[in-house]
Design a protein around this ligand. Structure first.
Ligand SMILES: Cc1ncc(COP(=O)(O)O)c(C=O)c1O
Length: 427
């Protein structure tokens, strides 16, 4: 932290642009931490916030309900027809805490007391609270807390880099799946398998190979293990599909959404479950089968009304089709980016690109520096009017989903200039 003197102070934002107190501007290449959909200050969303706040600004979902929560639940279930109930919360980490509590309690509710363990993929990220840290595990972020995290059973994730040269990628993927299958067949203590849907984002944009997720969902089903998905960063269009598990043909038992749900304008999240799960929580009070979980702002009406409006706009503006077209810009420019000496690997899908920085093509070693690479990239990016936030040595391009082709080209031009000047600086 001591490397940063003072953070730029952002005083306003409009469309794709952030404006600072010194008169500078940056294109938002981070989509407000991966959640912004339409760009900033979208009039329809801003008026919805004002309208709902004037009517009912907060009403907890403890013994009560309200129209915004009711309507939004219906909308979410329409988008997820295989799901039957919705549990609201106020950020992605808590949505994942709720997912694991639901999954663990489900087995208690139906009288299966042996199922207490959770399986996950290595390198996953599900948030920064203790339960979420336990089911994820990015060593850089969590190692200081390891002794206080609950243990999980972790399996390797197929990735295109850093694997033994003795094996093809297909063989490696097969090995990953076979490890999962063998363990789940043998170990009946596993309550749930938890993974990010479509790709691991914070783990470095690890995009799963075709059918990988589908095969895991089948292994779970065959072995009586709940399949729990995290669509917080990847659902609602980030990877080019409205509902990523649909695209992956892998129906979960429990799934969580957050980030893009409100368009990136307020904090909100939802955890959806299939009927057999939600039904298990229904009984007489004395049976104690209900879920003891609630946050002060659970189901906040302003955030709920805003989310509903946001999801309506996806249809009104045909956003998913637009993303698929705009994302061609990423594809068309991969070659140009790959030629840069400092670029080791590029992973792209929909509206996300991960650019892995290496020292140079000759050594092919990851870029390291005594200084924070995040800060170096941020500062160079700022000179090119781009807001970057890297993860280790990976530059993440995560623009607002509705970005135009022109602005996306600006982002990529700025990325190329940033990498070039970084390479001059570090030589
Ligand atoms: C896949 C995934 N799950 C959960 C979270 C946690 O969400 P939040 O930051 O809203 O707590 C994140 C945040 O980046 C995420 O990427």
């Amino acid at each position: 932290m001591s490397e940063w003197n003072r953070f730029p102070e952002i005083v306003s934002a409009k469309g794709m642009w952030l404006y600072d107190s010194k008169g500078g501007k940056m294109l938002d290449g981070v989509a407000s931490m991966w959640c912004n959909v339409w760009g900033h200050s979208k009039p329809e969303l801003v008026s919805e916030i004002i309208k709902q706040t004037k009517t009912l600004q907060h009403c907890p979902l403890f013994n009560l309900t309200h129209p915004a929560a009711e309507k939004l639940s219906k909308k979410l279930l329409k988008l997820n027809p295989k799901m039957s109930s919705v549990f609201f919360s106020d950020n992605g980490s808590t949505a994942m805490e709720i997912s694991i509590k639901i999954a663990l309690q489900y087995w208690r509710n139906i009288g299966e007391n042996k199922k207490t363990n959770i399986a996950t993929l290595e390198n996953g990220y599900h948030g920064d609270t203790f339960g979420a840290m336990s089911i994820g595990y990015v060593p850089e972020f969590f190692s200081k807390f390891r002794s206080k995290l609950f243990s999980t059973i972790q399996f390797p994730v197929p990735r295109t880099f850093g694997i033994s040269k003795k094996m093809s990628f297909e063989e490696y993927e097969e090995q990953c799946l076979s490890k999962i299958e063998t363990k789940l067949e043998k170990d009946d203590s596993i309550a749930a398998f938890v993974m990010e849907s479509g790709a691991q984002m914070a783990g470095g944009v690890i995009i799963y190979p075709k059918d990988f997720q589908k095969k895991i969902s089948k292994i779970c089903k065959k072995n009586n293990v709940l399949f729990v998905l995290d669509e917080i960063a990847t659902g609602f269009g980030r990877l080019g599909s409205m509902i990523e598990y649909d695209a992956q043909k892998s129906i979960p038992d429990v799934v969580s959404f957050g980030k893009m749900l409100t368009g990136g304008y307020q904090t909100f999240a939802a955890t959806l479950t299939r009927k057999k799960i939600s039904d298990s929580f229904l009984d007489e009070f004395s049976k104690m089968k209900h879920l003891f979980h609630g946050h002060t702002y659970t189901g906040n009406p302003t955030a709920a009304a805003l989310s509903l409006k946001n999801l309506e706009l996806y249809e009104k503006y045909g956003l998913i089709e637009k993303i698929q077209k705009t994302s061609e810009v990423f594809e068309n420019r991969i070659e140009e980016l790959s030629c840069l000496d400092m670029v080791g690997d590029i992973r792209h899908k929909g509206m996300v690109m991960g650019i892995e920085l290496i020292r140079d093509k000759k050594s092919n070693k990851p870029l390291t520096s005594k200084l924070s690479i995040n800060k170096l990239v941020f500062e160079e990016g700022r000179k090119n009017n781009i807001y970057f936030r890297t993860l280790g040595n990976i530059i993440m391009l995560v623009p607002p989903l509705a970005i135009s082709k022109k602005d996306l080209n600006f982002l990529i031009d700025g990325t190329i200039s940033t990498i070039k000047s970084l390479s001059r600086k570090l030589r």
